[in-house]
Every structure is written in C-alpha cells, then in structure tokens.
Design a protein around this ligand. Sequence first.
Ligand code: DAT
Ligand code: MG
Length: 154
Amino acid sequence: MERTLIILKPDAIQRGLSGEIITRFEKKGLKIIGMKMMRLDSALLKAHYSHLTDKPFYKGLEEFMKSSPVIAFALEGYECVNSVRIILGATNPREAEAGTIRGDMSIGTGRNLVHASDSTENGEKEVGRFFDDNELFSYDKSEYIHIYEDFERK
Ligand code: DAT
Ligand code: MG
C-alpha cells in the first residue's frame, strides 16, 4: 500500500469545497489515515516546495499557501499516488481533464485547490513531513473486500 499527502489549499477552504473534494477520494475507496487543519509557515513550505523556491512565482505561492489555514490529510491505497494525481488533474486547471478536481472546479494555476504527492518516494516523505507517527492511524476498513482483490491489499 502506498501513502500520499493531500493538502486542501486556502482556495479550497475559502470556497467551501473541502467536503466535495474529500468525498471524491472517499468514493474512490481510499483510506484516510490522518487528517488535520493547520497553518503552514515559511520553513515548512520551503521544504515542501523545495523544487520551486527559485521560481519567479514562489513568493506568491508561499504567500497564498499561508493566507488561510489548510486541511492536510494522508491517504493509503494500492498504487494510490498515481491514481490520486489522475483524480486531481493537470497542474494548470485549464488543461486539466473534465471530471478531475482541478478540471471541474478551478481555473488559475496558482489557485488549483489541492496538493497531492507526485511519486511513491515523495508520498512517504511528505506524509512524514506533515504528520507525526501518533497522528497516523492503522485500522481495518470493512468495505475493502469489495474494493480490492486479495493481492492488492498486501
Ligand atoms: P503540482 O501541484 O501539480 O504537483 P508543481 O509541484 O509543479 O505542481 O507546483 C506546485 C504548485 O506551484 C502548483 O500546484 C501551483 C504552483 N505553480 C506551479 N507552476 C506555476 C506557475 N507557472 N505559475 C504559478 N503557480 C505555479
Ligand atoms: Mg507537486
């Protein structure tokens, strides 16, 4: 099972879209293993967006991500990093497929609602960066037998 970090960004919180976005991941069958509201600070954002700190838009990105609290959560599922990125849609929402979260509900690249980890390695790293071990939960989900075949649940 892979883990991926999701952040409902300030635009999702301000626009009241948290419930709808969470519902899409729940309907997929993914397991929420940790969730919290938090205010992001510069240090955490610099680590999280280390691949972007030298970009011209970084300052605006950091200001935006600090502009209101966010909701961070960790999802677990079989090959979930890739499937969550597909549900999210392209970084530029104007190029995101209809049916994706960004494609259906957003327009600006800097206002694309949701973060999700982009590789298996980054999923582990980012969940660890945002959550302490005691904030992550291990539990059985009764519907798993109807979502996964045995080999996919390992
Ligand atoms: P993603 O969020 O799809 O993983 P990313 O990691 O390349 O994309 O960038 C992180 C965020 O930075 C992205 O969600 C929005 C912002 N961003 C990226 N490219 C941008 C650009 N050209 N102009 C403005 N904001 C941008
Ligand atoms: Mg990214």
